[in-house]
Design a protein around this ligand. Structure first.
Ligand code: ATP
Length: 453
């Protein structure tokens, strides 16, 4: 459970001391301010979860302070304290944005309950906002299968789950990097705070900037209202940056600052805000090479790759495929009222031999299509339509060189509709040499010419 930060605004040091002592003993982190000016400064930089404001301050009243705090961050609940228990003041304070009104002397146990309730409501709102920023997903077990590769991934991931250091998840597209990131969050100490998921490749530089850091009203044309960035939404939780290798070079130093100083600035703002997030980044690229080639900042690379988890490609762990396939079939069959769709032996071995360039995502798609199109009963090899250009399982390891050569030439001829010159170009050999091989291998090129227009 992450600790709750409270800002106490009161001009009497004795009152602050009493409240601070009680709240600190009950696991709150307390910041203090004694004037309107100081309160704004501390509120902006320390990002409290709730602010408790005494009505009367040396340089004004809570009614002046509340709108200014709301302007800085409207999501933070405000509690107003007064020595004059007047309904009129309460109404005014609520109008100015106070969530709660308490009369002095405050019963500390009551204050604690009020604060806890406001914080719980705020976190729930944050969580809802975070849910909207990503496609809804349900928890998925990233370690299905018993291969040595997946067992060792699990052991490493378990060691990292309770750390606060950034994690870089590497692996081919569709191998389950996002699933692993979510698992790290859900089993870790930040699980009750949001998991915010942002794909750096999907957004233009400017959009990424304003999505991540937020902006102030008027920061650019069209910024008609201030907007919280996803960093703020993820405060206390986990920020998952997918495809970090595609993050624009101008945005990278700002992210580095967040990691090093736990501070950031909204676009158009003049001051920094504090934020506490755990970063998990994912990439299918070789980020180290990108850093060497200056396509990615070296200092950011070192920072995000403190811990690295590599998700193995599916073809490197074919023994896990039957279990994954059964998992998907049970899920899909259940959703379509066709419980227990099975796999025939020939289908299972075809799945295990196919190279899966799109990894688990592709496995899921192939099975989904097969379940939709098959007539019922266990799936056979004939029900499976593989997506890659090599529409056959490769099983290359068991082929002779001659057979491999034959298959490759046939594949290229098929792609080039039997056109020898183009096929020779693609194979990188002279046309005469391709004719010679066709003859030697007994391949009839006319069989690859498409008769359809
Ligand atoms: N262990 C798993 N069990 C069940 N489904 C999984 C598993 N791993 C991945 N998937 C599913 O496969 C698909 C791809 O997973 P995910 O998005 O995590 O991959 P990725 O490596 O992040 O892909 P990309 O590089 O394209 O972002 C998703 O639909 C996900 O639910």
């Amino acid at each position: 459970m992450t600790r709750t930060r409270i800002l106490l605004v009161d001009d009497e040091p004795g009152v602050r001391l009493g409240m601070r002592g009680y709240l600190s003993a009950h696991h709150f982190d307390v910041d203090e301010a004694q004037s309107i000016a100081e309160a704004q400064e501390v509120f902006r930089t320390h990002r409290p979860d709730v602010a408790v404001v005494d009505y009367r301050l040396t340089d004004g009243t809570a009614l002046e302070l509340l709108p200014r705090l709301k302007e800085i961050d409207a999501a933070v609940p405000l509690v107003v304290l007064t020595g004059h228990g007047s309904i009129e003041l309460a109404v005014q304070a609520v109008k100015e944005g106070a969530e709660q009104f308490l009369t002095k002397p405050v019963e500390l146990a009551v204050l604690k309950v009020v604060l806890e309730r406001l914080v719980a409501q705020r976190r729930e709102r944050q969580r809802l906002r975070a849910d909207q920023s990503r496609t809804a997903r349900t928890s998925v077990n990233p370690f299905l299968g018993g291969s040595a590769a997946i067992r060792s991934l699990r052991a490493e991931a378990e060691r990292m789950q309770h750390s606060d250091s950034p994690v870089l998840v590497t692996g081919e597209t569709g191998s389950g990097k996002s699933v692993l990131a979510r698992w790290l969050h859900e089993g870790g100490p930040r699980a009750d705070a949001p998991f915010v998921d942002l794909n750096c490749a999907a957004l233009s530089r400017d959009l990424l900037d304003s999505e991540l850091f937020g902006h102030e009203k008027g920061a650019f044309t069209g910024a008609v209202a201030a907007k919280q960035g996803l960093l703020e939404v993820a405060d206390r939780g986990t920020l998952f940056l997918d495809e970090i290798g595609d993050m624009d070079l101008t945005v990278q130093p700002k992210l580095l600052k967040v990691l090093e100083e736990k501070r950031f600035r909204r676009l158009g703002d003049v001051r920094d805000r504090r934020v506490d997030v755990r970063l998990i980044a994912a990439t299918h690229q070789d980020l180290n090479a990108a850093a060497r080639e200056k396509r990615f900042r070296g200092d950011l690379y070192f920072r995000v790759s403190t811990l690295i988890l590599h998700v193995p490609a599916l073809r490197e762990r074919p023994e896990d495929i039957p279990e994954l396939a059964r998992h998907f079939l049970a899920e899909m069959g259940g959703a379509r009222g066709r419980a227990g769709v099975g796999l025939q032996a020939d289908a299972e071995s075809a799945l295990m031999r196919y190279p899966w360039p799109g990894n688990i995502r592709e496995l899921r798609n192939v099975l989904e299509r097969a379940v939709l199109l098959s007539g019922g009963g266990p799936l056979s090899r004939g029900d499976l339509r593989f997506e890659s250009a090599t529409d056959e399982p490769s099983g290359d390891d068991n082929l002779t060189l001659e057979e491999l050569e034959r298959r490759h030439i046939e594949r290229v001829l098929r792609r080039e509709n039997g056109h020898v010159e183009r096929a020779a170009l693609r194979l990188g050999i002279p046309r005469s040499s391709l004719y010679e091989r066709l003859k030697r291998l007994g391949i009839n090129r006319s069989g690859f010419q498409k008769s359809d227009p």
